[in-house]
Design a protein. Structure first.
Length: 291
């Protein structure tokens, strides 16, 4: 065995903390310059750029999507799923599918595929349990945001779904970067604490770099920070905050030893608990389509 590699893997205490800090320094440098996304995100760069124009023709979007077979197949499947096709009237062309589901869902599908593919790369296998939990949490948050917007507001439900889906993108990115450090790959639990401390701020920068609409980015800010529960859901930010709690706020799915400091989940479940069956059903539908 390579002795240098063994020494790296045996880092503990101050040495391990120094390695964590080094990773954060590397990320900070990237965030100030040209962010290098995994190739899965680069693959749909043209689509993201086109969707920044709210007046882009559907035919233009369809022509770009047609160059990405995986995205195209997922969009067709989504458009004909129960979620968007309750009357069982199938569409058979990309323009028709895009018209049915809307540009926000095209964005969401494209990003969901990129996130899913990133989690599947071999370097991240050591973080398998963590990434799986994060993926399920993101899909459930997206479903919860979609259901909340549909039932309690006039906010576009697909816009809410997109915001719920990407609200923890910073956590995905931290895991992706941590997988490039042998010292951190050998200690998956230590990465959880880096996620809790840094994923929100890193996520905001990443979403801006990806060109997501400003209101989507703003809705994800401080989503894990304790704040008074809104009496009514008025903004996209309110929706993401409540959706995150319904899906397991403050990463309760991976940090059972830390005290929850977000809003009382019991209060949220008391108010919105009747929606949980619908949220679970939509989350499973999304998992089947996106994964």
């Amino acid at each position: 065995m390579d002795t240098n590699q063994e020494a790296d893997q045996d880092k503990i205490g101050d040495a391990l903390n120094a390695q964590r800090f080094h990773m954060l320094e590397d990320i900070a440098k990237e965030l100030k310059g040209n962010i290098v996304f995994p190739t899965y995100f680069d693959a749909d760069a043209h689509l993201r750029k086109a969707l920044q124009d709210p007046n882009v023709p559907t035919t233009r979007v369809a022509s770009i999507v047609s160059l990405e077979p995986l995205i195209a197949s997922k969009l067709m499947r989504l458009a004909n799923s129960v979620l968007y096709n309750p009357q069982c009237i199938s569409v058979h062309t990309l323009p028709a599918a895009i018209t049915r589901i809307g540009f926000n869902q095209v964005r969401a599908t494209s990003l969901a595929i990129a996130m899913d593919q990133m989690l599947r790369c071999k370097e991240m296998a050591v973080f398998g349990d963590l990434t799986r939990a994060l993926w399920i949490h993101s899909l459930k948050s997206a479903a919860a945001a979609h259901v909340l917007a549909s039932n309690y507001t006039r906010i576009n439900p697909d816009e809410a779904l997109l915001a719920g889906l990407v609200h923890d993108l910073g956590a995905f990115y931290i895991i992706y970067r941590a997988a490039q450090y042998p010292e951190l790959r050998s200690r998956p639990d230590s990465v959880k604490y880096l996620i809790v401390q840094w994923h929100e701020s890193i996520g905001v920068t990443l979403l801006n770099a990806l060109g997501l609409p400003e209101n989507i980015v703003e809705a994800t800010i401080d989503h894990d920070q304790p704040q008074p529960l809104p009496e009514t859901l008025r903004t996209l930010k309110d929706i993401v905050y409540i959706a995150n709690i319904l899906a397991g706020a403050r990463f309760e799915w991976m940090l059972q030893d830390l005290e929850m400091d977000a809003a009382n989940p019991k209060q949220v479940h008391s108010t919105y608990g009747e929606l949980l069956p619908q949220i679970e059903a939509e989350a499973k539908e999304m998992q089947a389509v996106f994964a």
